[in-house]
Design a protein around this ligand. Structure first.
Ligand code: HEM
Length: 180
């Protein structure tokens, strides 16, 4: 599982069937080797950050239309091609990718990671009134799109119950078409 996704999930609370709120387990710290693998893998994705970010958000809004309700400029748009052109969507895609990039760049700086996550969490909860479940859904879509577009860096080996970035088979990426 990508560490940024993992950290975002870690920040979220999960509601149990009986209505009690339970915190996710704290992940074990990354080793230096894992951190460098994640940064290396993410670097490849981030080279195409505009196209990847838009592809992720279009998939998210098409497959989970209720998530559009928070965006005044495209909440009524259904067509994927039209969504793709929306300036508000493209801006949010850049913001999402840049926030993840800051997290990945600071994997060894937990204070910085916590402050970025806190800012994002506060703004979305208090200002934009986004329910936490949408973060969970979006993180699944991120992994789905990256798994399709970058199979060499997002591999399916289980890692604490999820998927992770991996440096495995980087060579296989040579020559693969890039997104967009
Ligand atoms: C990885 C997850 C996400 C990241 C890193 C992220 C990041 C950001 C950032 C940095 C901003 C601009 C600053 C701000 O207003 O807070 C923003 C704005 C916003 N985000 Fe997110 N976001 C994420 C997920 C979501 C989700 C799941 C939704 C709703 C389904 C959402 C809805 C919004 C809205 C409505 C705005 C304001 C848009 C505007 O004013 O044009 N975000 N987001």
């Amino acid at each position: 599982m990508c560490s940024a996704h993992y950290t975002l999930c870690f920040q979220m609370e999960r509601t149990q069937g009986d209505g009690e709120v339970d915190h996710l387990e704290r992940p074990s710290p990354l080793t230096d080797k894992e951190r460098v693998m994640i940064q290396d893998s993410w670097g490849k994705v981030y080279q195409n950050c505009d196209d990847v970010g838009v592809a992720i958000l279009v998939r998210f809004f098409v497959n989970f239309p209720s998530s559009k309700q928070f965006f005044n400029q495209f909440k009524h748009i259904e067509d994927a091609e039209e969504l793709e052109k929306s300036a508000q969507l493209r801006k949010h895609a850049r913001r999402v990718m840049n926030a993840i990039n800051t997290l990945v760049e600071n994997l060894d700086n937990s204070d910085k990671m916590a402050s970025v996550l806190k800012l994002v969490a506060k703004a979305h909860a208090l200002q934009h009134k986004v329910e936490p479940v949408y973060f969970k859904i979006l993180s699944g879509v991120i992994l789905e799109v990256l798994g399709e577009e970058y199979p060499e860096v997002v591999t399916p080996e289980p890692f604490n119950g999820g998927r992770r970035f991996s440096a495995l088979n980087h060579q296989r990426s040579q020559g693969r078409r890039s997104l967009g």
